[in-house]
Design a protein around this ligand. Sequence first.
Ligand code: GLY
Ligand code: MN
Ligand code: MN
Length: 462
Amino acid sequence: MFSKEVYENRRQRLCEMLPDSFLLFVGNAEEPFNYASNTYSFRQDSTFLYLFGIDSPNYAATIDTATGNVTIYADDITLDDAIWTGELPSVSVIAALSGVTITKPSGALFDDVRGELKRRRVHFVPAYRATTVQKIAAMLGLQTEAVNTYVSEPLIKSLVTLRSTKEQCEIEELENYMRVGYDMHVSAMKMAREGNSEQVVRAIVDYISQRNGGHVSFPTICTIHGEILHNSPTTQVLKNGDLLLVDAGSESPLHYATDNTRTTPVGGHFTQQQREIYNIVLNANNAVAAAVRPGVFYRDMHLLAMRTIVDGLTQVGIMKGSIDDAVANGAYALFCPHGVGHMLGLDVHDMEGYSENYVGYDEEVQRSTQFGFSALRMARRLQPGFIVTDEPGIYFIPALIDKWQAEGICKDFINYEKLKTYRSFGGIRLEDDLLITPDGGRVLGQRIPINPDDVESIVCSK
Ligand code: GLY
Ligand code: MN
Ligand code: MN
């Protein structure tokens, strides 16, 4: 945990933003894997981590912003439990680490919430686990399906405001931990050799995360079919000439997520065609890293990346016509149907549980409805302390190419004849994590090797 003052300060600021309100926070429970006592490994809810730092199951809390009273609800373990788990600190000891002095048994939460409900609204954030939905439904007397229609927009917006700007301690936590992401990716590059399988490379990547104490930030993507954006694990054997795309991250001890992607030529030598496309993606990534600064819309960074892609693809003859018009018409989305990035923090897609539109959009910038552009998660103005990913890609997705060609979509901007020679190319994505600073932005941690010559020499090194 950070020091208790960090959590006290966050809760104090929340109280100032939401005066005279009653706030309910339900932490995560352990969830059964195949039967009740065989559970998935525990992951605390990120809102609970942010406000309380308590990383134990079956905790809940309330904040009365009128009085400033904070109450933690949880049960001390019994001797029977301790036989299986060993001695654990008491709830009051754990709560004190978060600066909370009022603790009650978990059974008291129901009555306390029901009591408040008679007087005023109970504010809560969207619940994404069935057990949490059920608990909230029972307390508030709601149908489970209705729970997430009663979430509190003021609470969500306040938490987004607080969590979007990372404090110094959060930046240090993540920056120090970026070395683990570095190790995961450089190790994967070294394994990009003929005969290794996706499964083995993925296992090494995940092992490095676990060895450092961290859960992976999301299921590792490790594939020679990078054109499948979130490819489920497969077990194909690598062969020279393949491109191995690894998109992977690890959670720091306090659960801040790293998220990087590198694409490596199996055997250590890009073909001419691969190197051309790789350099276009790299130029797009670099263009964003060089242009970010407070006040710019991340939407415009998306468009900058996409313009760089259109420019590069025009130079190799895959695209044609006016670059401005191609960008305006979303022709790039045939090759990059996702957004350039998202916020990063306690969640890999930070705060996505509150709904993306609260995190990446606001009164100033609304989501586009254009294919590809509409997938952009983060569009609003950058501020110092934001951490965002910079992850352009170029993919050759046969089914999408066929559909666009059959329907004549953007035919003025796409050279479908030339595209035939790229049909089995696969995909390239290059992803860095950027901290927005008062006068610009920088890659968080040591940048994972990305220049094609450097990547090639890592594959070829022992
Ligand atoms: N793999 C998730 C992401 O990069 O957004
Ligand atoms: Mn990623
Ligand atoms: Mn990402």
